[in-house]
Write a protein that binds this ligand. Structure first.
Ligand SMILES: Cc1cc2nc3c(=O)[nH]c(=O)nc-3n(C[C@H](O)[C@H](O)[C@H](O)COP(=O)(O)O)c2cc1C
Length: 153
């Protein structure tokens, strides 16, 4: 299965996490890791599975590298029916009012265009004691179990 691991990042944490997730998925998958800056929503393929990893900046916004993707989603309104994705957010509870709003925003925009979310949004808090991978790797294993169970049904 092809998996697109697409990140929105300012300081590299989300990109590093995509690399950790790809390593966790192992050889059974072909992983394509890209910045959302280089991805067109209309080019997403319903035959692939997508994992979006994004941080939050500003007033609960997506990082600047992900803003063109957001713009293309909201103005281009591509039909994403049949597209399956999971999403993991990196944020910081220091910003209590906008904690992880970037990943929430992206999740809601993808669903609004008809994409189907698999599993719950994963969340990391940079003020917590755990590293992003401590939360994201068990999370992605659960996501892959959901996909496998769906195929078996
Ligand atoms: C200037 C600045 C603004 C931020 N704003 C928010 C925010 O509004 N909400 C939030 O949950 N996290 C916020 N964060 C935390 C980042 O999302 C978090 O540190 C994340 O791990 C960064 O990941 P990245 O390196 O992939 O960009 C902010 C961080 C900085 C430095």
């Amino acid at each position: 299965m092809n998996i697109g691991l697409y990140y929105g990042s300012e300081t590299g944490n989300s990109e590093m996490l995509c690399e950790d997730i790809a390593a966790e998925l192992g050889d059974g998958f072909i992983c394509d890791i890209q910045s959302l800056a280089d991805v067109e929503p209309a080019a997403l393929d319903t035959g692939w599975f997508y994992i979006f990893v994004t941080s939050t900046y500003g007033n609960g916004d997506l990082p600047s590298t992900a803003l063109p993707f957001e713009e293309a989603l909201t103005t281009g309104k591509p039909d994403l029916t049949g597209l399956r994705f999971a999403i993991f957010g990196l944020g910081d509870q220091v910003f209590a009012e906008t904690f992880n709003h970037g990943s929430k925003k992206l999740m809601e925009m993808l669903v609004a265009q008809g994409a189907q979310q698999v599993g719950e949004r994963g969340l990391h808090d940079a003020s917590g004691f755990e590293m992003p991978e401590d939360i994201a790797l068990p999370w992605v294993r659960d996501i892959m179990d959901l996909i496998a169970a769906d195929k078996a049904a």
